[in-house]
Design a protein around this ligand. Structure first.
Ligand code: GDP
Ligand code: CA
Length: 307
């Protein structure tokens, strides 16, 4: 069985870890969000792709939830002492990847190529692809003004309510090489329990990817990032309440209108399944607290494929 997973950073990466526990990793293609990408200290950083790579390589920091385990911060301390930019935390181990990627991209390598190379070097068998090699950047409009994604999320601690999200570059963005081929060859398409606006939104803003999902041959199963109407972490619940008018499974499904066939929802949301329409609910426990829980959630989503 071949599977494609659309994924943001940390929530998506946890789910992808479960998927590769159940399915042959080489049959899994992860399509990652690049709307969060930024340049820090002259380096190209792809936070969501990196969360996926680190999780699949087993070198991610489970406690902190992002970045690498056993991280140290000496380069950042040096940058701080020299008056450099330090609002975005880059650890020493993490920096190594950003250096390699930045050099490769300056030499003309595409993001998808360098991601493939890094994944192989990390011993990852699943295919990890950026949604696009073209510049695609998320901006959020708030009552305090419009901000580039990371300035709002990290520098302002996502404290401002979001009135709108837009993706700079979306009109020109083409799917990265391999993405459409993987979607066409898949037996099942999955949408990870990532933020629908900030993580999956930028992926589906690439019109070739959205159209491939709309014209799907394989079923699409999304996993809700909410448990009991609350995000496990981050602003997904606040954004859904403000922008979609609620945090029910139907509100989550409305973000993927016409693009999904089933939605995995938590038991805590099972009494509120009205308004899903054609979207079939799959009720299970969705908290990915440990590898076993991640595997069970992946099995529930994968079980949706007709035999
Ligand atoms: P980011 O790019 O690092 O912000 O990560 P994602 O967008 O991929 O994931 C963030 C979302 O993951 C949040 O909305 C969380 O509610 C959701 N999430 C995190 N852990 C879990 C979990 O264990 N279960 C479920 N259902 N959602 C989760
Ligand atoms: Ca992200």
């Amino acid at each position: 069985m071949k599977v494609v997973v659309l994924s943001g950073g940390v929530g998506g990466a946890r789910f992808v870890q479960g998927v590769v526990d159940v399915i042959e990793p080489s049959d899994v293609t992860v399509v990652g969000n690049v709307g969060d990408d930024l340049e820090v200290l002259g380096l190209h950083v792809s936070p969501d792709l990196d969360s996926i790579l680190y999780a699949l390589a087993g070198v991610n920091d489970e406690q902190r939830g992002w970045g690498r385990a056993d991280e140290t911060w000496r380069a950042l301390e040096t940058a701080r002492s020299l008056g450099g930019e330090t609002w975005f935390q880059l650890g020493d181990l993490d920096l190594g990847l950003h250096l390699v990627r930045t050099q490769a991209m300056r030499a003309g390598e595409r993001l998808s190529e360098v991601t493939r190379r890094v994944a192989r070097a990390l011993g990852i068998e699943a295919h990890v692809l950026p949604a696009t090699d073209d510049p695609l950047r998320t901006w959020v409009r708030t009552p305090a003004g419009e901000f580039p994604f990371q300035e709002w999320f990290v520098a302002r601690g996502h404290r401002d309510d979001v009135d709108a999200v837009r993706f700079e570059g979306e009109t020109a963005a083409r799917a990265a090489p391999g993405v459409l081929e993987a979607i066409a060859a898949a037996d099942l398409l999955l949408v990870a329990p990532s933020n629908p606006y900030l993580s999956i939104g930028p992926i589906l803003a690439v019109s070739e990817i959205r159209e491939a999902f709309a014209a799907r041959r394989a079923p699409v199963v999304a996993v809700s990032p909410l448990i009991g109407g609350r995000a496990v972490k981050g602003p997904a619940d606040r954004m859904l309440a403000r922008l979609a008018g609620g945090t029910s499974p139907a509100d989550v499904a409305s973000r993927y209108h016409g693009l999904i066939d089933a939605l995995v929802v938590d038991e805590a949301d099972a009494d509120d399944l009205d308004g899903l329409g054609e979207v079939r609910p799959i009720v299970t426990r969705t908290l990915m607290a440990d590898p076993e829980a991640r595997r069970r959630l992946a099995e529930a989503a994968l079980g949706a494929v007709p035999a």
